[in-house]
Design a protein around this ligand. Structure first.
Ligand code: HEM
Ligand SMILES: *[C@@H]1O[C@H](CO)[C@@H](O)[C@H](O)[C@H]1NC(C)=O
Ligand SMILES: *[C@@H]1O[C@H](CO)[C@@H](O)[C@H](O)[C@H]1NC(C)=O
Ligand SMILES: *[C@@H]1O[C@H](CO)[C@@H](O)[C@H](O)[C@H]1NC(C)=O
Length: 198
């Protein structure tokens, strides 16, 4: 399992030092990224999960995402065209009590089992934060990844299902069933400078 030690995460946070990301508003956008939309993606579940999407200003083919959840276990975000876990292109991350950050590109093999770690990792963690109540991750990935195995969804100008899930507690061993989960339709590149064009 790929894990990143606290030192390297602190370095990432230090580089983006002026950035403060809050659960309900992204007050300062990390330098070099444009945010083109955001949404509370669990409106029926107490508004604990907010999701932001955008792109790299100099290279818009690189998409930028942020999730903040009022939860201290794992947080997952998935993309597909059906809402269930099967076939979903996911990321799954958590921050352990000793500060170890796990953040992985995963794939939903079935509608009822833990997503598997992708053979090809196509996401890059930009930031990871956890405090007394919230867990937050920011990451990038190419809109069209080089993964030809079927484990990634290529992002186009269309509505897709954005899946979310979290647990209240960190996984003990392999990640298991969510505390809460859901999905909603979003177009992540509607306002994108190139992908958003018809
Ligand atoms: C980590 C291990 C995981 C296990 C063992 C697991 C297991 C399950 C099971 C058994 C169900 C069906 C029961 C139910 O609806 O609650 C389900 C549904 C669901 N899971 Fe997971 N899950 C995992 C991770 C994730 C992750 C990371 C996401 C999102 C990125 C996710 C998103 C969903 C969604 C959206 C549903 C409901 C789908 C629908 O409405 O039809 N799950 N999961
Ligand atoms: C924890 O982080 C969230 C999201 O960034 C923020 O809204 C909240 O005020 C923070 N809480 C504390 C105790 O710092
Ligand atoms: C945006 O993409 C360019 C070109 O790949 C890269 O040099 C730059 O570091 C990226 N910006 C950020 C903020 O990651
Ligand atoms: C941190 O805790 C995890 C389990 O929660 C463990 O696997 C890991 O080795 C620990 N890392 C350090 C640096 O203590």
């Amino acid at each position: 399992m790929h894990s990143v030690k606290l030192e390297s995460i602190l370095l990432t946070v230090a580089i983006l030092a002026p950035v403060e990301i809050f659960a309900q508003s992204l007050e300062t956008v990390p330098p070099g990224f444009i945010i083109s939309g955001n949404q509370i993606i669990d409106p029926a579940k107490g508004s604990k999960v907010r999701f932001w999407w955008g792109y790299n200003e100099t290279d818009p083919s690189e998409l930028f995402f942020v999730v903040s959840a009022r939860a201290k276990g794992y947080v997952g975000i998935g993309f597909n065209n059906r809402g269930g876990m099967k076939g979903a292109d996911m990321v799954l991350g958590w921050i352990t009590s000793n500060g170890t950050v796990i953040f992985e590109d995963r794939f939903g093999n079935t509608d009822f089992s833990a997503p598997v770690v992708d053979k090809e990792q196509n996401v890059k963690l930009e930031m990871a934060k956890e405090n007394a109540t919230h867990t937050m991750f920011a990451w990038t990935r190419p809109a069209k990844t080089s993964d030809t195995s079927g484990q990634d969804l290529q992002i186009n100008n269309e509505m897709i299902e954005v899946l979310w899930a979290y647990t209240d507690e960190d996984p003990v061993g392999a990640p298991v069933m969510h505390t809460e989960r859901g999905h909603m339709q979003l177009n992540l590149v509607e306002k994108h400078p190139t992908l958003g064009k018809p």
